[in-house]
Write a protein that binds this ligand. Structure first.
Ligand SMILES: Nc1nc2c(c(=O)[nH]1)N[C@H]1C(S)=C(S)[C@@H](COP(=O)(O)OP(=O)(O)OC[C@H]3O[C@@H](n4cnc5c(=O)[nH]c(N)nc54)[C@H](O)[C@@H]3O)O[C@H]1N2
Ligand SMILES: Nc1nc2c(c(=O)[nH]1)N[C@H]1C(S)=C(S)[C@@H](COP(=O)(O)OP(=O)(O)OC[C@H]3O[C@@H](n4cnc5c(=O)[nH]c(N)nc54)[C@H](O)[C@@H]3O)O[C@H]1N2
Ligand code: SF4
Ligand SMILES: [Mo]
Length: 754
């Protein structure tokens, strides 16, 4: 067993709990929660113990690969790979324009530094269109935030630690987490008679089991349930008039809309007892503080953007905003999304782009066409779209139709198998890494993680990969760096101030260099950073932007001085605190300052969505296609799922974690017994799966786990897939009209005994 415990983080979900690891050679052998991590404070869930399945997977990539004419791959050296990739992408750029080079990914659950450096590669290529998994879940919510609060980046965070009432809509935090120390917070809510937990979910989840109110909707009926809930708040006059008058605008059309909701009828259509829904609404109205969380159960189901709006109106009409225990607009270390907000549409289908992200479901439509502006090449980094996007068969067809596909990953994924070039990245335990998933309020935390292992031979960290690509593309030349290198050489003696001035001079003199800043900094500032942390160079810029945006919050977190000094102190703190730092501390008033509407009030009315709301009146949500009478939730978070970060099926301890869940009533009717299998058929595909019979599901509803069906080397044999890849069964046309987000949770299906 190795030396000491080393501080790092779990990379399996957005929480990135701080952990300490003991190594045995290259094996991650022992784990414990890191009590010094300012957010997780020693907390972890059971999955962190399995991280060696990620670090030492049998299908780790160890050499750049090039596809050959017969479809197999040959190993090539890094210089050849970088030179050929740069030449092929430059050729696409010069023939069809850089905007035909599409970038997908940029970070998974634990790694975002690669995405930050990729901005330089994209700039060198003129690649402007991008997307990632957020466009499969959060873009509808971001768009609603933009309407209510002025900008999509006005994203809110629920204070579940202090909320008197917590509401989870299509969210099972017991398994999926999504906020710090989730299980501790859920237990506290559940056991305290003064507090209440409200869950809206068609399945009796682990979280619903702890709830005071479980509104067990029929799948896909949240818009009815939530509008009935809002109907009760308005019709029983349970709204917060002082808040509405003092802090919001355009309440009247909203009031009118919900005054007209037939509560009893909408309860019936969503399958929720009216008395229970009324009690839940009154409990919310009575509470001093309410925090809410919406997630995939509505974001990946029918009326998803409308449901996001309704979910937010629940806390807004009751005044649960900008106060302790409620919803607040948090700080961030860096933006996760593509950047530009609104305005643009996709080149082929003209679909709305939200926070710079092309809707994931339309990607094949932007490729499989003879439209002159179609995408011709794709760079995929730290994502597995051939597995994670709706309609995998069509996605494979789209990837095959591209001129060039480059994949940067640690493992031989479903997407890598379809690439022209595969570049092997060092794992997140072999390089400096960080995530930009810091979404907390009033305290926000950032952890720059140091490597705890040498890179696997043959691999490179993404910052170095992007540096080489940018250099091979000729976008940064040695001459561009002379002045910066000279300024960097003086940092040890003079500090970084003079370097900052030099950086502004160089980029002001040659503005084309500004978007290449990540690589400029990596090459010049990078080598001056302690412990070989060159990859952290890009964070120097992030730290200064953060100090400019949130100077008061940084001061409350203990940083001192004027803005520039704040930024420097923040950057130094990142570099030296291995377990992470609290970078901002907020007062509730900050939420109002961050609001970006013209009148600094919350704008309650969203006309497009109020129109959609009125349309519910004529919709029968129980209507089913007789050929596909079930609703299949394709991709449920369980104890044995972690997206496709673990590829070795051996990590999964319980076979049931891979099974199709089905209600006892349905199992009996279909003649499926315990230990039996079923054939699931959708309009897109068919699969045979083992069945777990469970009364947590209601009749007519079935669920499959996410992250299964990935291929993995099986002993000496070729790769085999284990379980069902959910997107072999989904259709890309099934999506929200506004945000384009997929209906993975609402797939019409037929189920038969197999
Ligand atoms: N264990 C584990 N944790 C994870 C992940 C993982 O792979 N495994 N992935 C991480 C990622 S990337 C994400 S985005 C989050 C997602 O976290 P969650 O959104 O919590 O995950 P899901 O289990 O996919 O969906 C949540 C719930 O939606 C419910 N649902 C299905 N249909 C409907 C419906 O029509 N209405 C309502 N109201 N609910 C419905 C399901 O029953 C389920 O309980 O989890 C993160 N955490
Ligand atoms: N049907 C259905 N589809 C879904 C969902 C669902 O519930 N149902 N959920 C959706 C959601 S919410 C999400 S977030 C997506 C997730 O899907 P994706 O965003 O496509 O990604 P992940 O499965 O998280 O895989 C991340 C990839 O990063 C690689 N990786 C890990 N570490 C590194 C590294 O350091 N560097 C590089 N370059 N690569 C690395 C892993 O090997 C893996 O290939 O799936 C979506 N798709
Ligand atoms: S899976 Fe998520 S909640 Fe569990 S230890 Fe890892 S980061 Fe923390
Ligand atoms: Mo996700």
């Amino acid at each position: 067993m190795s030396e000491s415990w080393q501080a790092t983080a779990c990379i399996l979900c957005s929480q990135n709990c701080g952990i300490e690891v003991q190594r045995d050679g290259r094996k991650l052998a022992r784990f414990r929660g890191d009590r010094a991590h300012p957010m997780s404070q020693g907390y972890t869930c059971e999955k962190a113990l399995r991280l060696d399945y990620y670090q030492n997977g049998k299908d780790r990539l160890t050499s750049p690969l090039r596809r050959q004419a017969d479809g197999t791959f040959e190993e090539i050296d890094w210089d050849t790979a970088i030179r050929e990739i740069a030449a092929r992408l430059a050729n696409v750029r010069d023939t069809h324009g850089g905007e035909s080079i599409f970038y997908y990914g940029g970070g998974g659950q634990g790694n975002h530094l690669g995405g930050a450096y990729a901005r330089a590669t994209r700039a060198a290529l003129g690649s402007i269109y991008t997307s990632n998994a957020l466009a499969q879940e959060k873009t509808g919510e971001f768009w609603v935030d933009g309407q209510l609060f002025g900008r999509p980046r006005c994203h809110t965070s629920g204070d579940f630690e202090h909320a008197e009432v917590a509401v989870f809509v299509g969210k099972n935090p017991w398994q999926s987490h999504g906020f710090p120390r989730a299980r501790v917070a859920l237990k506290a809510l559940s056991t305290d008679p003064e507090r209440a937990l409200i869950v809206i979910d068609p399945r009796r989840t682990e979280t619903a089991d702890l709830a005071d109110f479980h509104l067990q909707v029929r799948p896909g009926t949240d818009a009815f349930c939530l509008s009935a809930l809002l109907g009760v708040l308005v019709q029983e006059d349970l709204v917060d008039h002082a808040f509405l008058e003092g802090r919001t605008s355009a309440y009247e059309p909203v009031r009118e809309a919900f005054a007209a909701i037939p509560v009893a009828d909408y309860c019936a259509r969503s399958g929720v007892a009216e008395s229970l829904l009324r009690e839940a609404a009154r409990r919310i109205a009575r509470a001093r503080s309410v925090a809410t969380f919406e997630d995939l159960g509505i974001q990946q189901s029918r009326h998803s953007t409308l449901s996001s709006y309704l979910e937010k109106l629940v806390y807004l009409l009751t005044g649960n905003f900008a106060k302790r225990g409620t919803m607040n607009i948090h700080t961030r270390m860096a933006s996760l999304a593509g950047g530009r907000e609104g305005g643009r549409t996709s080149p082929v289908t003209g679909h709305r782009i939200i926070t710079g992200l092309i809707p994931a479901n339309i990607i094949p439509d932007e490729i499989l066409t003879d439209h002159p502006k179609r995408f011709r090449a794709m760079i995929v980094e730290s994502a597995n779209p051939a597995h994670s996007l709706a309609d995998s068969p069509r996605m494979r067809e789209a990837l095959a139709a591209l001129d060039t596909v480059v994949v940067i990953d640690v493992a031989m994924t479903e997407t890598a198998r379809l690439a022209d070039y595969v570049l092997p990245a060092s794992s997140q335990y072999e390089k400096w890494e960080a995530t930009f998933f810091n979404l907390e309020f009033p305290r926000n935390v950032f952890q720059l993680r140091a490597p705890i292992l040498e890179p696997l031979p043959g691999t490179l960290p993404e910052p170095e990969i992007h540096r080489r690509l940018v250099r091979a593309l000729g976008a940064v030349k040695d001459g561009d760096l002379v002045y910066l290198h000279a300024a960097a050489a003086r940092i040890a003696a003079e500090g970084r101030d003079a370097f900052a001035d030099a950086f502004f001079q160089v980029t002001a003199a040659n503005p084309a260099l500004l978007p290449l800043a990540p690589v400029l900094l990596y090459e010049t500032l990078g080598p001056t950073l302690p412990d070989g942390a060159a990859s952290a160079a890009v964070l120097w810029g992030a730290a200064h932007l953060c100090a400019m945006s949130y100077s008061e919050s940084l001061r409350r977190a203990g940083f001192t001085g004027e803005v520039r000094e704040l930024g420097e102190q923040l950057f130094d703190a990142m570099l030296t605190h291995r377990s992470g730092i609290t970078f901002t501390v907020d007062e509730y008033e900050e939420t109002w300052k961050r609001l970006d509407t013209k009148d600094k009030r919350v704008n309650l009315a969203i006309p497009e969505l109020l129109t959609e709301l009125r349309g519910l009146a004529s919709e029968d949500p129980s209507a089913r296609d007789p050929d596909f009478p079930f609703i299949l939730a394709a991709g449920e978070r369980r104890s044995g799922t972690a997206n496709t970060i673990f590829r070795d099926p051996a990590w999964r301890k319980k076979p049931a974690d891979g099974a199709l869940r089905l209600s006892p009533t349905d199992a009996e009717r279909l003649g499926i017994v315990v230990g039996g299998s079923a054939r699931v058929t959708t309009r897109r595909g068919s699969a045979v799966v083992p069945v777990e019979i469970t009364d947590t599901l209601q009749p007519g509803h079935a669920s499959l786990p996410n992250g299964l069906g990935v291929t993995y080397p099986d002993g000496d044999r070729a790769s085999v897939a284990s379980g069902v890849a959910p997107n072999e069964l989904t259709a890309s046309a099934d999506r929200d009209w506004l945000a384009g987000t997929p209906w993975h949770k609402h797939v019409p299906a037929r189920i038969e005994a197999a």
